[in-house]
Write a protein that binds this ligand. Structure first.
Ligand SMILES: Cc1cc2nc3c(=O)[nH]c(=O)nc-3n(C[C@H](O)[C@H](O)[C@H](O)COP(=O)(O)OP(=O)(O)OC[C@H]3O[C@@H](n4cnc5c(N)ncnc54)[C@H](O)[C@@H]3O)c2cc1C
Length: 436
């Protein structure tokens, strides 16, 4: 009987230290530096001066870049442990940088480590792991994100070079990254999943044009966002710019998303918990019509429903992480899609209730609820829309089922089942009365 929901005491000690460190040392940074690019731009001298000593402390405790395998300097923690850590890191956007687990750098490092040549690793991987470089993952296009069949960005061979041409949209951190990992169609004769290639592209390569740095909702309109709309104008790349093999881009893309989605879901648990904590504090403090809000049944329902959803979601994420640790790709894929869908739903419901119970204050920009609410729509879109993940889940669930023998009547049709049961028990029945 191996079911166990406890955390081993030595690891719990690490989690406790992380929790206090994130609350006391890291969360306050976000109160002062909260522009869209602040937590991610390692080139900002002011924020680097604040972050570097904190990173050093994390390194000394052996908690730096824990998602890495031991060969790359990580602890070799499985997804379950990483999930528990990300539940803490989710309290602040700065925490990932301080702990060396910043997206999209983590996923990019993972594929370079796995598929890169020795030269590529020396040039890109080590500085990325040291937190000295920023990287970008450039896949989504203006006309297509979740349907790669409509991707148009192409690359072709010209002598000993590749020529890259096309546009990409929402390439996060493209503007200040040192390099971009770009997916382009290199063979139009085969289905896109077999005809796309990944390229490692230094940001200063001639022909890269940032059309606009798109911001997220709630941020000021203009060019100050962190999601690049990028045009690659016949960008010339050496033959060794290919990451992995030509035609294998989707294999690489799958590799980089698995663990990352679990970590993101666990960070969403942190967002939800923050909203629920605020909901409870407000319910206990605000008095209206003769009692505190916590005494009103509707508010009690808000709290209870939020608690139930949060605990269900958290266990689902940990279960998904556990499946990854078991090395079962089919179950991992299904459960990762399930947590991806649930993250958007649960965050929506809990933050919505917290905003409601805060009344006008909840609608203001003076509590963290504003930022959390703005995150809700992103959850259902980035890393693939919920609808697409639901398709993945449904396909897997359907694999365990068969069509009915007779298409008119389900195999669980009760009149038929009753006749079968009667036949089964016939030997015990009185032929005339049908009784035992
Ligand atoms: C904050 C953020 C950061 C991002 N960072 C990056 C990044 O760094 N690099 C990068 O390459 N991309 C990035 N993206 C883009 C992201 O990966 C895409 O937004 C996502 O894949 C969806 O693509 P799309 O936006 O083109 O939507 P579409 O694919 O056009 O889908 C739009 C909507 O159509 C519906 N839909 C789509 N398919 C189906 C279906 N099969 N069945 C039913 N309905 C469907 C859904 O409602 C969906 O939301 C980021 C996005 C966000 C929000």
């Amino acid at each position: 009987m191996a079911w166990d929901f406890s955390t081993e005491p030595e690891f719990q000690e690490k989690l406790d230290w992380m929790d206090a460190f994130v609350r006391e040392e890291i969360e306050p940074i976000g109160l002062v530096w909260n522009a869209a690019t602040d937590p991610f731009d390692v080139h900002n001298a002011t924020t680097s001066a604040i972050v570097k000593p904190l990173q050093q402390e994390v390194k000394e405790r052996g908690l730096w870049a824990c998602h890495l395998t031991p060969e790359l300097g990580g602890q070799g923690y499985g997804q379950l442990k990483l999930a528990l850590m990300n539940e803490i890191l989710g309290r602040s956007q700065w925490a990932s940088r301080v702990f060396g687990t910043q997206a999209p750098d983590t996923g990019n490092a993972e594929i370079i480590a796995h598929y890169g040549t020795e030269e590529q690793k020396a040039r890109y991987l080590q500085p990325l792991l040291n937190g000295e470089m920023v990287s970008c993952y450039s896949m989504t296009e203006p006309q297509a994100g979740s349907d790669p069949g409509q991707f148009r960005c192409r690359a072709w061979r010209d002598g000993d070079q590749w020529v890259l041409d096309g546009e990409k949209y929402f390439s996060s951190h493209a503007d200040f990254a040192e390099f971009l990992i770009v997916m382009a169609i290199t063979d139009t004769e085969v289905p896109v999943h077999k005809g796309a290639t990944m390229f490692l592209v230094p940001r200063d390569t001639p022909g890269i044009e940032i059309l606009r740095n798109v911001g997220l909702m709630g941020e000021a309109l203009g060019d100050g966002g962190s999601h690049g709309w990028v045009r690659y104008n016949q960008v010339r790349l050496p033959a060794d710019a290919v990451l992995g093999e030509p035609g294998k881009a989707f294999e690489l893309a799958q590799k980089r998303l698995g663990g990352g989605r679990i970590h993101h879901a666990m960070r969403t648990v942190a967002y939800c918990r923050k909203a629920l904590d605020m909901l409870c504090e407000r319910a206990l403090s605000r008095e209206t019509q003769g009692s505190v809000l916590a005494d009103k049944q509707t508010v009690q329902n808000y709290i209870a429903d939020s608690f139930i959803q949060l605990e269900q979601f958290r266990l689902l994420v940990l279960y998904a992480a556990w499946w990854c640790d078991q090395g079962d790709p089919r179950q991992s894929r299904t459960y990762i899609s399930a947590v991806k869908v649930q993250a958007a739903e649960v965050l929506h419901d809990i933050v919505r209730r917290a905003v409601q119970v805060h009344g006008a204050l909840g609608c203001s920009n003076e509590t963290p609820l504003a930022g959390l609410w703005m995150t809700v729509p992103l959850m259902g879109v980035m890393d693939g829309p919920s609808e697409v993940h639901r398709v993945t889940i449904a396909k897997q669930v359907l694999k365990g089922h068969q069509p009915a023998t007779d298409p008119l009547w389900p195999n669980e049709w009760l009149p038929q089942k009753t006749d079968e049961a009667r036949a089964k028990f016939a030997q015990y029945l009185d032929n005339t009365t049908g009784n035992l």
